[in-house]
Design a binder for this molecule. Structure first.
Ligand SMILES: [Zn+2]
Length: 289
């Protein structure tokens, strides 16, 4: 065998070894990616992901959501905040949590105290997923229709139940001072009371109307059309609704494929002062529920 031939053979062997090394490295990378994906490690490639974290402060934004208030969160074009009301509800809340985890996104859950007391482990599971937990009263009564002393009771008992589930402590001081009125029904005095307590009142900018019975496909179409029209906003869903839990994976993929970005709202540091009370809520006549 001549020198040239020997050199060619050597080069081929070395090239083969390099290729094998590359294949092995790729295989290791693939395996670790698969393991990470299976374990739900975030962030990871190809999923929607949470784009940014937005601290919300009662001093500067005491009430947000254009359906009911003149102002909303400072969101950019194609930015959305995902919110879920009325849970926790074992089967469908867990389904919603799985869908959010699969896309590495954080949402905000406004919990009903009574349901939180019944399912404390599920409350902790929501928190463990990195989601924000807000408050939605004790038993979901219409706070505009009951006497003022009962209004305070409904709010405080709801907060206490959620705090007890989360931290094992009974307190009416919420660890996350975010609140949403059942049916968005409020009185000016209650809004003022919440503001004086440093609690942000969340309305919504758009919703899926998921209190109405419809197929997941129809709900997806409806919320996607509304989002396209609005371009951004706080979106309201109800996680106890099976149709919403069923629709959620497709909706999150829709957000990813259409370049929407998920913003995760969290409480700001305690404020030093409270600003003037803004205008009251709009008429509820335009509400669909
Ligand atoms: Zn509700």
């Amino acid at each position: 065998m001549g020198n040239t031939k020997r050199n060619d053979k050597y080069r081929r062997r070395m090239r083969g070894r390099k290729l094998n090394k590359l294949l092995a490295a790729t295989l290791v990378a693939c395996l670790s990616w698969t393991a990470a994906a299976r374990a739900g490690a975030c962030p990871r490639a190809g999923v929607l992901g949470t784009s940014r974290v937005l601290p919300v402060d009662a001093a500067t934004t005491p009430r947000v959501g254009l359906k009911h208030f003149p102002q909303t969160l400072p969101l950019g074009d194609h930015e959305v905040v995902l919110t879920f009301d009325d849970g926790p509800s074992p089967a469908s809340t867990q389904k919603a949590l799985a869908a959010l985890a699969a896309q590495c996104v954080q949402a905000t859950f406004f919990l009903v105290g009574k349901a939180a007391q019944e399912h404390p482990a599920l409350v902790r599971r929501i928190a463990a997923g990195g989601h924000t937990i807000g408050h939605h009263t004790w038993s979901h009564r219409d706070l505009a229709q009951i006497p003022p002393d009962q209004v305070s009771q409904e709010i405080d008992r709801g907060i206490e139940a959620v705090e007890a589930a989360l931290h094992g402590v009974t307190t009416d001081v919420p660890s996350t001072p975010f609140f949403r009125f059942p049916y968005f029904e409020s009185r000016p005095a209650t809004l003022d009371l919440l503001q004086s307590r440093g609690i942000v009142v969340f309305g919504a900018d758009l919703w899926a109307s998921d209190w109405r019975l419809m197929t997941p496909r129809r709900e997806l179409q409806l919320v996607a059309d509304r989002l396209k029209a609005a371009g951004r906003g706080i979106i309201l869903f109800h996680d106890p609704r099976a149709q919403t839990a069923a629709m959620l994976p497709a909706f999150l993929r829709y957000l990813r494929d259409n370049h929407y970005r998920v913003v995760h709202v969290v409480p700001a540091e305690p404020a030093a002062h409270v600003e003037a009370v803004p205008e009251g809520p709009k008429s509820s006549a335009e509400l669909e529920h």
